[in-house]
Design a protein around this ligand. Structure first.
Ligand SMILES: NC(=O)c1ccc[n+]([C@@H]2O[C@H](COP(=O)([O-])OP(=O)(O)OC[C@H]3O[C@@H](n4cnc5c(N)ncnc54)[C@H](O)[C@@H]3O)[C@@H](O)[C@H]2O)c1
Ligand SMILES: O=C(O)C(=O)C[C@@H](O)[C@H](O)[C@H](O)COP(=O)(O)O
Ligand SMILES: [Zn+2]
Length: 368
Protein backbone atom coordinates (compact mmCIF):
# COMPACT_ATOMS: atom_id res chain seq x y z
CA UNK A 1 0.00 0.00 0.00
CA UNK A 2 1.25 3.47 -0.85
CA UNK A 3 1.98 5.56 2.22
CA UNK A 4 1.38 9.21 1.34
CA UNK A 5 3.93 11.43 3.02
CA UNK A 6 1.43 14.23 2.99
CA UNK A 7 -1.95 14.72 1.41
CA UNK A 8 -1.87 14.79 -2.34
CA UNK A 9 -2.68 17.91 -4.31
CA UNK A 10 -4.50 18.38 -7.59
CA UNK A 11 -3.40 20.90 -10.21
CA UNK A 12 -6.35 22.12 -12.25
CA UNK A 13 -5.58 23.35 -15.75
CA UNK A 14 -7.47 23.94 -18.96
CA UNK A 15 -6.00 20.86 -20.62
CA UNK A 16 -6.46 18.47 -17.70
CA UNK A 17 -6.23 18.10 -13.94
CA UNK A 18 -3.36 16.12 -12.47
CA UNK A 19 -2.11 15.03 -9.06
CA UNK A 20 1.04 15.90 -7.20
CA UNK A 21 1.95 13.02 -4.93
CA UNK A 22 4.48 13.76 -2.20
CA UNK A 23 5.91 10.59 -0.66
CA UNK A 24 8.96 9.26 1.09
CA UNK A 25 10.99 6.09 0.45
CA UNK A 26 9.53 5.04 -2.84
CA UNK A 27 12.30 2.50 -3.16
CA UNK A 28 10.55 0.19 -0.70
CA UNK A 29 8.58 -2.54 -2.40
CA UNK A 30 5.11 -1.34 -1.62
CA UNK A 31 5.51 2.27 -2.52
CA UNK A 32 7.81 2.09 -5.52
CA UNK A 33 7.98 4.96 -7.96
CA UNK A 34 6.86 2.57 -10.70
CA UNK A 35 3.72 1.52 -8.83
CA UNK A 36 2.75 5.11 -8.18
CA UNK A 37 3.13 6.33 -11.74
CA UNK A 38 1.71 3.23 -13.48
CA UNK A 39 -1.95 4.35 -13.27
CA UNK A 40 -1.00 7.49 -15.22
CA UNK A 41 0.63 5.63 -18.12
CA UNK A 42 -2.04 5.08 -20.73
CA UNK A 43 -0.17 3.24 -23.52
CA UNK A 44 2.39 0.44 -23.60
CA UNK A 45 5.49 2.47 -24.37
CA UNK A 46 7.65 4.34 -21.85
CA UNK A 47 10.76 6.42 -22.41
CA UNK A 48 12.53 7.35 -19.19
CA UNK A 49 14.62 10.51 -19.63
CA UNK A 50 17.29 11.12 -17.02
CA UNK A 51 20.92 12.21 -16.81
CA UNK A 52 24.27 10.62 -16.07
CA UNK A 53 24.23 11.73 -12.42
CA UNK A 54 20.71 10.62 -11.54
CA UNK A 55 20.72 7.39 -13.57
CA UNK A 56 23.16 5.48 -11.32
CA UNK A 57 21.11 6.55 -8.28
CA UNK A 58 17.49 5.94 -9.18
CA UNK A 59 17.07 4.50 -12.67
CA UNK A 60 17.46 0.75 -12.25
CA UNK A 61 14.59 0.01 -9.87
CA UNK A 62 12.22 2.26 -11.81
CA UNK A 63 13.22 0.78 -15.16
CA UNK A 64 13.06 -2.84 -14.00
CA UNK A 65 9.67 -2.45 -12.36
CA UNK A 66 8.13 -0.58 -15.29
CA UNK A 67 9.54 -3.22 -17.66
CA UNK A 68 7.26 -5.79 -16.02
CA UNK A 69 4.31 -4.06 -17.71
CA UNK A 70 5.61 -1.76 -20.44
CA UNK A 71 8.11 -1.56 -23.26
CA UNK A 72 10.68 0.62 -21.51
CA UNK A 73 13.60 2.47 -23.08
CA UNK A 74 15.96 4.97 -21.47
CA UNK A 75 17.55 8.19 -22.69
CA UNK A 76 20.47 9.35 -20.54
CA UNK A 77 21.40 12.98 -21.16
CA UNK A 78 24.63 14.68 -20.09
CA UNK A 79 24.16 16.45 -16.75
CA UNK A 80 24.14 20.23 -16.59
CA UNK A 81 22.34 23.46 -17.37
CA UNK A 82 24.76 23.92 -20.29
CA UNK A 83 23.11 20.88 -21.92
CA UNK A 84 19.59 22.32 -21.66
CA UNK A 85 19.64 22.83 -25.40
CA UNK A 86 18.44 21.58 -28.77
CA UNK A 87 21.11 18.87 -28.97
CA UNK A 88 19.66 17.21 -25.88
CA UNK A 89 16.13 17.50 -27.25
CA UNK A 90 17.38 15.86 -30.45
CA UNK A 91 18.83 13.04 -28.35
CA UNK A 92 15.35 12.44 -26.91
CA UNK A 93 13.71 12.57 -30.37
CA UNK A 94 16.35 10.14 -31.68
CA UNK A 95 15.57 7.67 -28.91
CA UNK A 96 11.83 7.92 -29.63
CA UNK A 97 12.34 7.44 -33.37
CA UNK A 98 14.85 4.60 -33.02
CA UNK A 99 12.39 2.68 -30.87
CA UNK A 100 9.52 3.39 -33.29
CA UNK A 101 7.61 4.89 -30.40
CA UNK A 102 4.39 6.68 -31.29
CA UNK A 103 1.58 8.63 -29.66
CA UNK A 104 1.11 5.81 -27.16
CA UNK A 105 4.37 6.73 -25.51
CA UNK A 106 4.68 8.28 -22.07
CA UNK A 107 7.90 10.14 -21.31
CA UNK A 108 9.05 9.95 -17.71
CA UNK A 109 11.34 12.74 -16.49
CA UNK A 110 13.59 11.38 -13.72
CA UNK A 111 15.78 14.18 -12.41
CA UNK A 112 15.90 17.85 -11.57
CA UNK A 113 14.47 20.85 -13.35
CA UNK A 114 16.79 20.58 -16.33
CA UNK A 115 15.68 17.03 -17.14
CA UNK A 116 12.06 17.92 -16.36
CA UNK A 117 11.95 21.04 -18.55
CA UNK A 118 13.54 19.22 -21.49
CA UNK A 119 11.48 16.05 -21.19
CA UNK A 120 8.33 18.16 -21.07
CA UNK A 121 9.37 20.08 -24.17
CA UNK A 122 10.18 16.88 -26.06
CA UNK A 123 6.77 15.51 -25.00
CA UNK A 124 5.04 18.71 -26.10
CA UNK A 125 6.59 18.56 -29.57
CA UNK A 126 7.02 14.85 -30.45
CA UNK A 127 4.20 13.92 -32.82
CA UNK A 128 2.64 17.27 -31.76
CA UNK A 129 2.25 16.16 -28.19
CA UNK A 130 2.48 13.00 -26.08
CA UNK A 131 2.03 12.34 -22.38
CA UNK A 132 4.73 12.83 -19.77
CA UNK A 133 5.21 12.33 -16.05
CA UNK A 134 7.47 14.28 -13.72
CA UNK A 135 9.56 12.52 -11.05
CA UNK A 136 11.46 15.50 -9.62
CA UNK A 137 14.57 14.53 -7.63
CA UNK A 138 15.87 17.95 -6.54
CA UNK A 139 14.27 20.25 -4.00
CA UNK A 140 13.95 22.95 -6.65
CA UNK A 141 12.13 20.67 -9.05
CA UNK A 142 9.86 19.38 -6.28
CA UNK A 143 8.77 22.84 -5.15
CA UNK A 144 8.62 24.54 -8.53
CA UNK A 145 9.71 23.23 -11.93
CA UNK A 146 7.79 19.94 -12.01
CA UNK A 147 4.48 21.77 -11.50
CA UNK A 148 2.70 24.07 -13.92
CA UNK A 149 3.81 22.95 -17.35
CA UNK A 150 6.52 25.43 -18.30
CA UNK A 151 8.86 23.35 -20.46
CA UNK A 152 11.76 24.31 -22.69
CA UNK A 153 15.42 24.90 -23.39
CA UNK A 154 17.88 27.79 -23.24
CA UNK A 155 19.20 29.91 -26.10
CA UNK A 156 22.80 31.14 -25.79
CA UNK A 157 21.39 34.66 -25.41
CA UNK A 158 18.58 33.91 -23.01
CA UNK A 159 17.11 31.44 -20.53
CA UNK A 160 14.18 29.22 -21.48
CA UNK A 161 13.71 31.06 -24.75
CA UNK A 162 12.31 28.10 -26.67
CA UNK A 163 9.55 26.04 -25.12
CA UNK A 164 5.91 25.26 -24.63
CA UNK A 165 3.26 25.09 -21.96
CA UNK A 166 2.61 21.37 -21.62
CA UNK A 167 1.22 19.81 -18.46
CA UNK A 168 2.35 16.45 -17.06
CA UNK A 169 -0.05 13.60 -16.28
CA UNK A 170 1.21 13.51 -12.71
CA UNK A 171 4.04 14.66 -10.46
CA UNK A 172 5.68 12.23 -8.05
CA UNK A 173 7.92 13.94 -5.51
CA UNK A 174 9.79 11.37 -3.46
CA UNK A 175 11.39 13.22 -0.58
CA UNK A 176 13.90 10.43 0.03
CA UNK A 177 15.73 11.31 -3.20
CA UNK A 178 16.93 14.47 -1.45
CA UNK A 179 19.25 12.33 0.71
CA UNK A 180 21.73 12.20 -2.17
CA UNK A 181 21.38 15.84 -3.24
CA UNK A 182 24.48 18.02 -2.77
CA UNK A 183 24.08 20.78 -0.15
CA UNK A 184 24.58 23.52 -2.75
CA UNK A 185 21.64 22.13 -4.76
CA UNK A 186 19.49 21.98 -1.62
CA UNK A 187 20.16 25.67 -1.04
CA UNK A 188 19.26 26.44 -4.65
CA UNK A 189 15.88 24.83 -4.06
CA UNK A 190 15.35 26.87 -0.91
CA UNK A 191 15.71 30.03 -3.02
CA UNK A 192 12.49 29.22 -4.89
CA UNK A 193 10.80 28.35 -1.58
CA UNK A 194 11.75 31.76 -0.18
CA UNK A 195 10.39 33.27 -3.41
CA UNK A 196 6.89 31.93 -2.67
CA UNK A 197 6.99 33.48 0.80
CA UNK A 198 8.17 36.85 -0.49
CA UNK A 199 5.55 37.12 -3.22
CA UNK A 200 2.51 35.76 -1.44
CA UNK A 201 2.74 34.91 2.23
CA UNK A 202 4.61 36.79 4.95
CA UNK A 203 3.52 34.19 7.54
CA UNK A 204 5.26 31.52 5.45
CA UNK A 205 8.45 33.59 5.64
CA UNK A 206 8.16 33.56 9.43
CA UNK A 207 7.67 29.77 9.26
CA UNK A 208 10.77 29.47 7.07
CA UNK A 209 12.87 31.59 9.40
CA UNK A 210 12.02 29.14 12.17
CA UNK A 211 12.35 25.97 10.10
CA UNK A 212 15.28 26.66 7.78
CA UNK A 213 17.85 25.06 10.11
CA UNK A 214 15.85 21.80 10.04
CA UNK A 215 15.47 22.02 6.28
CA UNK A 216 19.19 22.57 5.78
CA UNK A 217 19.83 19.57 8.05
CA UNK A 218 17.70 17.50 5.67
CA UNK A 219 14.75 16.94 7.99
CA UNK A 220 12.50 15.27 5.42
CA UNK A 221 9.31 15.90 7.38
CA UNK A 222 9.93 19.65 7.42
CA UNK A 223 11.11 19.64 3.81
CA UNK A 224 7.98 17.69 2.87
CA UNK A 225 5.83 20.35 4.52
CA UNK A 226 7.66 23.06 2.57
CA UNK A 227 7.22 21.14 -0.70
CA UNK A 228 3.53 20.71 -0.04
CA UNK A 229 3.00 24.38 0.73
CA UNK A 230 4.90 25.53 -2.35
CA UNK A 231 3.08 23.10 -4.63
CA UNK A 232 -0.20 24.40 -3.23
CA UNK A 233 0.78 28.03 -3.92
CA UNK A 234 1.88 27.14 -7.43
CA UNK A 235 -1.17 24.98 -8.15
CA UNK A 236 -3.43 27.86 -7.08
CA UNK A 237 -1.63 30.30 -9.36
CA UNK A 238 -1.52 27.93 -12.35
CA UNK A 239 -5.23 27.13 -11.95
CA UNK A 240 -5.97 30.85 -12.33
CA UNK A 241 -3.48 31.64 -15.09
CA UNK A 242 -1.92 28.66 -16.84
CA UNK A 243 -0.20 30.63 -19.62
CA UNK A 244 1.09 33.63 -17.69
CA UNK A 245 -1.21 36.33 -18.91
CA UNK A 246 -1.57 37.73 -15.39
CA UNK A 247 -0.96 36.49 -11.88
CA UNK A 248 1.46 33.70 -12.92
CA UNK A 249 4.04 36.35 -13.79
CA UNK A 250 4.51 36.91 -10.04
CA UNK A 251 6.31 33.53 -9.92
CA UNK A 252 9.00 35.30 -11.93
CA UNK A 253 10.05 37.42 -8.94
CA UNK A 254 13.85 37.78 -9.02
CA UNK A 255 14.04 36.01 -12.38
CA UNK A 256 14.56 38.97 -14.74
CA UNK A 257 17.70 39.84 -12.77
CA UNK A 258 18.54 36.16 -12.15
CA UNK A 259 18.33 35.13 -15.78
CA UNK A 260 20.77 37.93 -16.63
CA UNK A 261 23.23 36.40 -14.17
CA UNK A 262 22.79 32.85 -15.49
CA UNK A 263 23.15 33.89 -19.12
CA UNK A 264 26.02 36.30 -18.57
CA UNK A 265 28.05 34.00 -16.33
CA UNK A 266 27.57 30.96 -18.59
CA UNK A 267 24.84 28.38 -17.98
CA UNK A 268 25.58 26.21 -14.97
CA UNK A 269 28.18 28.44 -13.33
CA UNK A 270 25.56 30.10 -11.16
CA UNK A 271 22.84 27.62 -10.25
CA UNK A 272 19.34 28.79 -11.16
CA UNK A 273 18.37 29.09 -7.50
CA UNK A 274 21.52 31.04 -6.68
CA UNK A 275 20.88 33.49 -9.51
CA UNK A 276 17.26 33.86 -8.39
CA UNK A 277 18.45 34.56 -4.82
CA UNK A 278 20.74 37.41 -5.91
CA UNK A 279 18.06 38.55 -8.35
CA UNK A 280 15.46 38.73 -5.59
CA UNK A 281 17.81 40.98 -3.61
CA UNK A 282 18.14 43.27 -6.63
CA UNK A 283 14.36 43.35 -7.07
CA UNK A 284 13.98 44.05 -3.34
CA UNK A 285 16.51 46.88 -3.53
CA UNK A 286 14.58 48.46 -6.39
CA UNK A 287 11.35 48.03 -4.43
CA UNK A 288 13.00 49.82 -1.52
CA UNK A 289 14.26 52.67 -3.71
CA UNK A 290 10.72 53.17 -5.04
CA UNK A 291 9.57 53.54 -1.45
CA UNK A 292 7.66 50.29 -1.14
CA UNK A 293 9.87 47.97 0.95
CA UNK A 294 11.39 49.34 4.15
CA UNK A 295 15.10 49.07 4.91
CA UNK A 296 14.23 46.50 7.58
CA UNK A 297 12.34 44.36 5.10
CA UNK A 298 15.32 44.31 2.72
CA UNK A 299 17.58 43.32 5.61
CA UNK A 300 15.12 40.55 6.54
CA UNK A 301 15.15 39.21 2.97
CA UNK A 302 18.94 39.17 2.83
CA UNK A 303 19.13 37.48 6.22
CA UNK A 304 16.83 34.61 5.31
CA UNK A 305 18.71 34.01 2.06
CA UNK A 306 22.01 33.95 3.94
CA UNK A 307 20.53 31.50 6.43
CA UNK A 308 20.09 29.19 3.44
CA UNK A 309 23.71 29.75 2.31
CA UNK A 310 22.53 31.62 -0.77
CA UNK A 311 24.34 34.51 -2.47
CA UNK A 312 22.87 37.98 -1.94
CA UNK A 313 25.26 39.83 -4.22
CA UNK A 314 25.21 39.46 -8.02
CA UNK A 315 28.42 39.12 -10.04
CA UNK A 316 29.84 42.25 -11.65
CA UNK A 317 28.01 42.87 -14.93
CA UNK A 318 28.25 45.99 -17.07
CA UNK A 319 24.94 47.92 -16.83
CA UNK A 320 24.35 48.17 -20.58
CA UNK A 321 25.00 44.46 -20.98
CA UNK A 322 22.57 43.71 -18.17
CA UNK A 323 19.90 45.95 -19.69
CA UNK A 324 20.43 44.33 -23.09
CA UNK A 325 19.99 40.85 -21.59
CA UNK A 326 16.93 42.03 -19.66
CA UNK A 327 15.47 43.11 -22.97
CA UNK A 328 15.04 39.42 -23.87
CA UNK A 329 12.82 38.81 -20.84
CA UNK A 330 9.49 37.21 -21.76
CA UNK A 331 7.59 39.82 -19.75
CA UNK A 332 8.83 42.67 -21.97
CA UNK A 333 5.78 44.41 -23.47
CA UNK A 334 5.76 47.20 -26.05
CA UNK A 335 9.54 47.37 -25.64
CA UNK A 336 9.28 48.02 -21.91
CA UNK A 337 10.80 45.89 -19.19
CA UNK A 338 8.19 44.77 -16.67
CA UNK A 339 9.51 43.63 -13.31
CA UNK A 340 8.02 41.78 -10.37
CA UNK A 341 8.53 44.04 -7.35
CA UNK A 342 7.38 43.94 -3.74
CA UNK A 343 4.98 46.46 -2.21
CA UNK A 344 5.70 44.66 1.05
CA UNK A 345 6.76 41.14 1.99
CA UNK A 346 4.00 38.85 0.75
CA UNK A 347 2.59 41.40 -1.70
CA UNK A 348 4.10 41.34 -5.20
CA UNK A 349 3.13 43.25 -8.33
CA UNK A 350 4.25 43.33 -11.95
CA UNK A 351 5.05 46.86 -13.05
CA UNK A 352 6.88 48.96 -15.61
CA UNK A 353 6.22 52.09 -13.57
CA UNK A 354 9.61 52.65 -12.04
CA UNK A 355 12.14 55.34 -12.72
CA UNK A 356 14.73 53.82 -15.06
CA UNK A 357 17.37 55.77 -13.10
CA UNK A 358 16.53 53.68 -10.05
CA UNK A 359 16.94 50.45 -12.03
CA UNK A 360 20.24 51.83 -13.29
CA UNK A 361 21.31 52.49 -9.70
CA UNK A 362 20.49 48.93 -8.65
CA UNK A 363 22.35 47.45 -11.63
CA UNK A 364 25.36 49.75 -11.26
CA UNK A 365 25.80 48.88 -7.57
CA UNK A 366 27.65 45.76 -8.73
CA UNK A 367 28.52 46.65 -12.32
CA UNK A 368 31.81 45.68 -13.91
N1 LIG B 1 9.55 24.83 -15.49
C1 LIG B 1 9.55 25.62 -14.45
O1 LIG B 1 8.53 26.13 -14.00
C2 LIG B 1 10.86 25.89 -13.76
C3 LIG B 1 10.86 26.43 -12.46
C4 LIG B 1 12.08 26.63 -11.82
C5 LIG B 1 13.26 26.25 -12.45
N2 LIG B 1 13.21 25.72 -13.71
C6 LIG B 1 14.44 25.27 -14.37
O2 LIG B 1 14.94 24.18 -13.61
C7 LIG B 1 16.35 24.11 -13.77
C8 LIG B 1 17.01 23.99 -12.42
O3 LIG B 1 16.56 22.80 -11.83
P1 LIG B 1 17.41 22.09 -10.69
O4 LIG B 1 17.79 23.07 -9.67
O5 LIG B 1 16.69 20.89 -10.30
O6 LIG B 1 18.78 21.73 -11.44
P2 LIG B 1 19.28 20.41 -12.18
O7 LIG B 1 18.20 19.74 -12.91
O8 LIG B 1 20.49 20.81 -12.94
O9 LIG B 1 19.71 19.48 -10.97
C9 LIG B 1 20.72 19.93 -10.11
C10 LIG B 1 21.86 18.90 -9.98
O10 LIG B 1 21.47 17.86 -9.09
C11 LIG B 1 21.63 16.58 -9.71
N3 LIG B 1 20.61 15.74 -9.10
C12 LIG B 1 19.29 15.71 -9.38
N4 LIG B 1 18.67 14.94 -8.49
C13 LIG B 1 19.60 14.46 -7.65
C14 LIG B 1 19.56 13.62 -6.51
N5 LIG B 1 18.41 13.18 -6.00
N6 LIG B 1 20.73 13.30 -5.90
C15 LIG B 1 21.90 13.80 -6.38
N7 LIG B 1 22.00 14.64 -7.43
C16 LIG B 1 20.85 14.95 -8.04
C17 LIG B 1 21.50 16.89 -11.16
O11 LIG B 1 22.04 15.86 -11.96
C18 LIG B 1 22.25 18.21 -11.26
O12 LIG B 1 23.63 17.97 -11.28
C19 LIG B 1 16.76 25.38 -14.52
O13 LIG B 1 17.00 25.06 -15.85
C20 LIG B 1 15.55 26.27 -14.38
O14 LIG B 1 15.44 27.16 -15.46
C21 LIG B 1 12.05 25.54 -14.36
O1 LIG C 1 6.26 28.66 -13.28
C1 LIG C 1 6.48 29.85 -13.51
O2 LIG C 1 5.67 30.57 -14.09
C2 LIG C 1 7.77 30.46 -13.10
O3 LIG C 1 8.06 31.57 -13.49
C3 LIG C 1 8.66 29.63 -12.22
C4 LIG C 1 10.13 30.04 -12.28
O4 LIG C 1 10.70 29.66 -11.04
C5 LIG C 1 10.89 29.30 -13.37
O5 LIG C 1 12.27 29.54 -13.23
C6 LIG C 1 10.47 29.53 -14.79
O6 LIG C 1 11.08 28.59 -15.65
C7 LIG C 1 10.83 30.88 -15.31
O7 LIG C 1 10.10 31.06 -16.47
P1 LIG C 1 10.47 32.04 -17.65
O8 LIG C 1 9.18 32.15 -18.36
O9 LIG C 1 10.95 33.31 -17.04
O10 LIG C 1 11.52 31.34 -18.44
ZN1 LIG D 1 12.84 29.74 -11.14
Amino acid sequence: MVMPFHDGLIVQTQSHDYPIVITEQSTTEHSSMAKQITPYISGRQVLIVTNDTVAPLYLKVLEDELAEQFVVKVCVLPDGEQYKNQASIDQIYDALMTEHFNRDVTLVALGGGVVGDMTGFAAASFMRGVNFIQIPTTLLSQVDSSVGGKTGINHPQGKNMIGAFWQPQMVLADMSTLKTLPARELSAGVAEIIKYALIMDEAFLTWLEANLPAMMALDLAVLGEAVKRCCQYKADVVAQDERESGVRALLNFGHTFGHVIETHEGYGNWLHGEAVAAGMVQAAELSQKIGWLTDDEVVRIKRVLELANLPITPPAIDVDTALDLMGHDKKVKHGQIRLILLKSIGDAVMTNEFDSELLHEVLSKHSA
